[in-house]
Design a protein around this ligand. Structure first.
Ligand code: 5RP
Length: 230
């Protein structure tokens, strides 16, 4: 798993806080990353205590962890809906719940599961909150499309960098067999407008801007957790 800022205590407080809302009978989207992992572990303990849930993983990594924790899993096409998805974020605007995701290159499936879920509870440590979104936006792109997409985003002010693997030669390859371009735009004045522009680019499978999809966010710190609902 990639390492990100923020302490494990802060991440654990946020992740466990969101997991508290889960009860028997629920179908739960299992997010990706070090903060969502705390929620998955808490759900595994709940399953051990007899809570009857079904998990829908958002990535190979969250599936692996959920199996290790004993959470029964299904594919998205095997359930009628998702009650709650719990997921992390790389940068979060608490005011609106909009965020940038994809640090783990899992944002396409994360967004799909978030869009199906009745509720999306984002869990972050306090280092992820910001007054304005300015983190580079990950784009999952078809392998052949990475240069064309990199050129296209330049026309509306983006600077793309192909994400490189650290323990492999060449680029990061997503769970779906695609590549990731991280696109820096500086401060994003209008996330909804930019999201529409990015979605319209041929070759882009999905981008990591999640505009007002969250129904709740929990921000953990060393001393506690603060939850905002939308
Ligand atoms: C993966 C994600 C993660 O949720 C995001 O990168 C946050 O990860 P972490 O909780 O480890 O900081 O979007 O694609």
């Amino acid at each position: 798993m990639k390492s990100t800022g923020g302490t494990e205590t802060a991440k654990r407080k946020a992740g466990e806080n969101a997991a508290e809302a889960v009860s028997s009978g629920m179908v739960v989207g299992l997010g990706t990353g070090s903060t969502a992992a705390h929620a998955i572990r808490a759900l595994g303990r709940a399953v051990d205590d007899g809570v009857d849930i079904v998990g829908i993983p958002t990535s190979f990594g969250s599936r692996e962890l959920a199996i290790e924790c004993g959470i029964p899993l299904r594919g998205l096409d095997e359930v009628d809906g998702i009650d709650l998805a719990i997921d992390g974020a790389d940068q979060l605007l608490v005011e609106t719940g909009s965020c940038i995701k994809g640090g783990g290159a899992a944002h396409s499936r994360e967004k799909l599961i978030a869009s199906v879920a009745e509720e999306l509870h984002l869990v972050v440590d306090e280092t992820k909150t910001a007054a304005r979104l300015d983190h580079p936006i990950p784009l999952e792109v078809l392998p052949d499309a990475h240069t064309a997409v990199s050129d296209a985003v330049e026309t509306f002010g983006g600077e793309a960098t192909l994400r490189r693997a650290t323990n492999k030669d060449g680029p990061v390859v997503t769970d779906n067999g695609n590549l990731v371009c991280d696109v820096a735009f500086g401060a994003i004045e209008n996330p909804a407008e930019l999201a529409t522009e990015l979605s319209s680019l041929p070759g882009v499978v999905e981008h990591g801007l999640f505009v007002a999809m969250a129904t709740a966010v929990s921000v953990g710190s060393e001393v506690g957790v603060e939850t905002t609902r939308y």
